[in-house]
Design a protein around this ligand. Structure first.
Ligand code: GDP
Length: 462
């Protein structure tokens, strides 16, 4: 695949993430957007990247109709990260913040804000990521009369007073929850500046209603945001984030990477964050998935010589086994290798959590999730003795057992495994293990445990 000529403009493709509570329709919405793009543009409408899907501007404007005039935009289109949810969002961090430039917060309109919605909002707030709300499943409002081809405002106004009143009530509830979180929000058609006010867009991933409007708002928001606040030089040395480290036949360990800045070429010297510190290596091959039509050929990937941001790709290079998902990838270019190694080291350290003398042990699967959980623990005023990436090993149990307070003899494991010998040691040494893949659940479980210990201590006194 040759690089999209539009990619050589000053603006790179904005990266879009989808967040929200489980079952509120994140995956369905992404599927519907992809599906609409395929229908509107026929072949070549979307480009499947590693870990992401690119929808070019002309296809966005076909789906959005009158809402998006391609002449008004400098952006090449939108790049959607394929994995929804805030785990992916926090894992995929870029220099100083989130990898995603903008986000869609999906809220089931009949279910309203739920724990993971609150969590997503606070993550978006911390990372200062602009977002819009997709108030999904409007088709499930009793009496809803779908009109998939009309802009959602027209469809909204065509509903009976009762249905519209019902929807209003639910939308105001969402607006109220956003306001409690410190955002000024409104029905999207009343919003003038989407950077200052969060737009709430009624949508249905089932009927496709509201998707043209959603895409139009995403385009407007990123044009404004990227035009005013981001400087992107896609001809500079590439910078990206590791999604995953995978074994690929014929290539050994490879990295799935989202390149968010600059250009990477075959033969480039790169520095990658690893479990034991920065890895310096040389790009052996850059791989992209073949077009779906070509997938019947025996090779799944096509080798390319050069890739420019924003793009999902696979990098083959020696010594990648210890690479860490969520870690930075940097092309050295004409800089000193040592300077880039230091920069990567600094980025890794930025995430490493400053720890206290007394507290609990935290283990997480990626740097981004470790950072997110450490932030949540700080908000809950729970002290951390040590925080690291990796599975729970006997050493972690030994560290946790040195805590003075009973309540601190605990390990919180986010999306990690426990080694058998560590589990045995924990049982022997009264160190409690808490495991979950939902941050608030993990913290709630730990807090309930602490509360229990305190109650028992109070009872023992009286
Ligand atoms: P996720 O967990 O947020 O990714 O949610 P899913 O996309 O898996 O959706 C959860 C369920 O809601 C599935 O059964 C979907 O078919 C259903 N669903 C999603 N969006 C809509 C919608 O707009 N309308 C209706 N009626 N059902 C939806």
């Amino acid at each position: 695949m040759s690089p999209d000529p539009a990619q050589t403009d000053a603006f790179r493709t904005p990266i879009v993430a989808v967040l929200g509570h489980v079952d509120h329709g994140k995956t369905s919405l992404l599927d519907k957007i992809r599906g609409s793009a395929v229908i509107e543009g026929e072949s070549g409408a979307i480009t499947q990247h590693i870990g992401a899907t690119a929808v070019p501007l002309d296809v966005v404007s076909k789906i959005a109709g009158d809402l998006v005039d391609p002449e008004e935009f400098d952006l090449p289109g939108l790049l959607f990260i394929d994995t929804p949810g805030h785990h992916a969002f926090t894992t995929l961090r870029a220099r100083g913040g989130a990898l995603a430039d903008i986000a869609i917060l999906v809220v089931d309109v009949t279910d309203g804000f739920q724990p993971q919605t609150h969590e997503a909002v606070s993550i978006l707030q911390d990372s200062e990521t602009p977002f819009v709300v997709a108030a999904n499943k409007v088709d499930t409002i009793p009496g809803w009369n779908p009109s998939p081809d009309a802009p959602i405002r027209a469809s909204y106004e065509a509903q009976s007073d009762r249905v519209r009143g019902d929807l209003d009530e639910r939308l105001y509830e969402i607006i109220g929850d956003l306001s409690d979180a410190g955002f000024s929000a409104d029905f999207y058609w009343r919003v003038k500046n989407f950077r200052q006010n969060v737009g709430v867009i009624p949508v249905s991933a089932e009927t496709g209603e509201g998707i043209p409007d959603l895409l139009a708002v995403l385009m407007g928001l990123s044009q404004r945001y990227m035009g005013e606040e981001m400087e992107v030089d896609i001809s500079g040395p590439g910078a990206g984030t590791v999604l995953e480290v995978t074994e690929e036949r014929g290539f050994g360990s490879t990295l799935d990477v989202i390149l968010y800045d600059g250009t990477i070429e075959e033969g480039d010297e790169i520095v990658v964050g690893g479990t034991q510190g920065p890895i310096v290596t040389t790009v052996r091959a850059l791989l992209q998935p073949r077009d779906l039509a070509e997938i019947r050929t025996e090779k799944r990937f096509e080798q390319v010589e050069s890739v420019s941001a924003a793009m999902g790709l696979k990098i083959a290079a020696p010594d990648l086994k210890e690479a860490l998902s969520g870690a930075p990838v940097r092309v050295v270019g004409d800089r000193e290798t040592e300077a880039v190694v230091e920069a990567v080291q600094e980025e890794l350290a930025e995430v490493a959590v400053s720890t206290e003398e007394e507290g609990i042990v935290v283990k997480a699967d990626t740097l981004g999730s470790l950072e997110a959980i450490a932030n949540s623990l700080r908000e809950a005023e729970i002290p951390i003795l040590r925080a690291e990436v990796g599975d729970i090993a006997p050493r972690d149990v030994s560290v946790a057992s040195t805590a003075d307070e009973d309540t601190h003899q605990a390990i919180l494991g986010f999306n990690v495994d426990v080694h058998d010998d560590a589990a045995e040691l924990a049982a022997e040494s009264d160190v409690r293990l808490f495991m979950d893949d939902v941050i608030y659940q993990l913290i709630e479980d730990y807090e309930a445990y602490v509360e229990n210990i305190h109650r028992r201590q109070r009872e023992a006194v009286f």
